[in-house]
Write a protein that binds this ligand. Structure first.
Ligand code: SF4
Length: 249
């Protein structure tokens, strides 16, 4: 911690901005709960002021492949979650998949491993996909946020706003035929709506020209097994749409 504070001090003294340093140092010590991450003077982007990370900020939008996008953004510190993550969780699966599955954010297991949906909810997702004859590596799996919110709290608006452009680019590069949105946050973020999940299910939506279907997040199913039957109906709907696409070439 001392080394981090020293580095920040050096940086800010270089900018003659000791007031900012004191506020930021207090926040790191947990003494200032009113920290405003939108204040550029205090932005944790200071951690990424290397030539590599400076380039990242400008280059990722022109990434030509999923791998290139991942390497361009993997050191991102655009929102406060960058400072607390263990591992950046970009996504996994087939980069040319017809179906992209979008969840909310990494949990503890995902944060440890740097891969999406690897914990209990992930195992359930694998079973859900298998129930409609899809293997995990046939689809592409990712989240709205690429870094874990501490304690698995809900994503905050500024975090979603910071991270969603990466998801948009990911989907643009994969160019899928269908999206399956898992849970309220994924559905509401993709569809730009405040409608509850119950109102968004059982409908074919459109996300940037891609047919999108909404269902429960597997973590919610672990808490409420009664919803599994509804999820089964949703993924059968997904399979039906996918079969139509396959038949029409
Ligand atoms: S959550 Fe997204 S925007 Fe925030 S630091 Fe991680 S990659 Fe960057």
């Amino acid at each position: 911690m001392e080394e981090i504070l020293k580095a920040i001090s050096g940086y800010l003294s270089f900018r003659n901005d000791y007031d900012s340093f004191l506020l930021y140092a207090n926040e790191i010590r947990g003494e200032n709960s009113g920290y405003n991450f939108n204040d550029n003077r205090l932005n944790p982007d200071i951690f990424m002021e290397t030539s590599e990370s400076r380039n990242m900020q400008y280059n990722w939008t022109t990434s030509k492949s999923i791998d290139e996008l991942e390497s361009n953004i993997r050191n991102c510190m655009k929102c406060k979650l960058g400072a607390t993550r263990k591992k950046f969780v970009f996504g996994s699966g087939n980069p040319n998949a017809d179906i992209v599955v979008v969840g909310e954010a990494p949990g503890a297991d995902e944060d440890e491993q740097g891969l999406p949906f690897v914990g209990r909810a992930g195992q359930l997702l694998t079973k859900i996909l298998a129930s409609i004859e899809l293997e995990r590596d046939q689809v592409y799996i990712c989240n709205i946020l690429k870094c874990r919110p501490p304690g698995n709290r809900n994503p905050e608006i500024d975090e979603i706003e910071s991270c969603e452009p990466y998801l948009k680019k990911q989907i643009e590069l994969i160019n899928p035929k269908l999206i399956l949105a898992l849970g309220k946050f994924a559905a509401q973020t993709l569809l730009q709506t405040k409608q509850p999940l119950g109102k968004l299910r059982e409908t074919l939506h459109d996300y940037q020209g891609v047919k999108t279907i909404v269902t429960f997040h597997p973590a919610a199913l672990l808490r409420n097994p009664n919803w599994k039957i509804l999820t089964w109906a949703d993924v059968k709907f997904l399979r039906k749409e996918y079969d139509k696409i396959l038949q029409n070439g």
